[in-house]
Design a protein around this ligand. Structure first.
Ligand code: PAF
Length: 293
């Protein structure tokens, strides 16, 4: 893929920015092996690591930038979600991305969306219980992006562990011919997982928010003691953080089976995911770690 629109700066070639399915089809006509990195923009270091994985594995890298209204519930941050396509395109240029697909909402959802992808029972657990309809919105837009871009592979961050597990399920259950690649969680030096929502945090909130990764680390260290010990150790950190100023308000802490996101029983052996969601001020954060029991 060699098409360009303009040159951003020395050493980085500006990607082609396309807005419609027709433009996208033309741009990918001779794309060869194609990797998609689906995003909602506000690109950060975590996204860069996804783009680098995509770059290594494909001839053409497509980054989609679309703040998907379908995955936000009433009262969530859809309106205030950070949007800056120029800055995002510059990040893509620096990471040698070929195409940025940035459709308008009316392009993705021209009429009222009548048919959606049901996320099933797994979609109602943890994040899905706290954010009803969220995963139906995610899977619907991801399915649409897969059909529009027709990638050979798609790269998702493992920070959204339940999201990537559901995307893997969708691809398997609906026979969608795309390889799903997970990118390890990227952390800032203070342990906070990279997230577009971190920009909402004030300095004191950011200090409180570190409790999430500390809780996960405590849980991981307790793994030799089994599932109950993992939960107890992680909860102890979060109970302390609930007393901090500003406090960390726990939504859930769960130790789950990585394939189904059902609770791991106390005698569970093998792989598990320790997942946490909490609110610090007005910002809702999630994080997780893989644990072997
Ligand atoms: O992880 C995200 O940023 C979004 O959920 C995704 C996968 C781009 C779908 O809108």
């Amino acid at each position: 893929m060699t098409e360009t629109t303009s040159t951003a700066s020395a050493g980085s070639r500006r990607p082609l920015v396309v807005r419609t399915p027709d433009e996208l089809r033309r741009a990918t006509a001779t794309a060869g092996r194609t990797a998609l990195v689906p995003t909602m923009g506000a690109l950060h270091e975590g996204h860069r690591s996804l783009m680098r994985i995509a770059r290594e594995r494909a001839d053409t890298v497509v980054v989609s930038v679309f703040v998907n209204p379908l995955q936000f519930g009433p009262g969530e941050d859809f309106e205030r979600y950070p949007r800056d396509l120029d800055a995002d395109t510059e990040v893509c240029a620096q990471e040698s991305v070929d195409i940025v697909f940035a459709p308008a909402t009316e392009t993705m959802y021209p009429a009222e969306q009548m048919v959606t992808v049901d996320a099933g029972a797994m979609g109602g657990r943890l994040e899905g219980a706290s954010r009803p309809g969220h995963f139906t919105g995610v899977l619907t837009v991801v399915a649409k992006l897969f059909h529009l871009v027709r990638p050979d592979l798609a790269v998702f961050g493992e920070k959204d562990a339940q999201q990537i597990a559901l995307v893997r399920r969708m691809v398997a259950d609906l026979d969608i011919p795309v390889e799903i690649v997970g990118a390890p969680i990227l952390r800032d030096p203070d342990g906070l997982a990279s997230s577009s929502r971190n920009v909402y945090l004030s300095d004191p909130e950011r200090v409180s928010a570190r409790a999430l990764s500390r809780a996960l680390a405590a849980g991981r260290e307790a793994a030799p003691g089994g599932a109950a010990a993992v939960r107890t150790a992680a909860l102890a950190v979060l109970e302390g953080a609930a007393q901090a100023d500003p406090p960390v308000e726990l939504d859930y802490l769960a130790l789950v089976d990585p394939a189904t996101f059902t609770e791991a029983p106390d005698g569970h052996r093998g792989a598990a995911v320790l997942a946490v969601a909490a609110r610090v001020g007005a910002t809702r954060l999630i994080d997780n770690t893989s644990i072997t029991l």
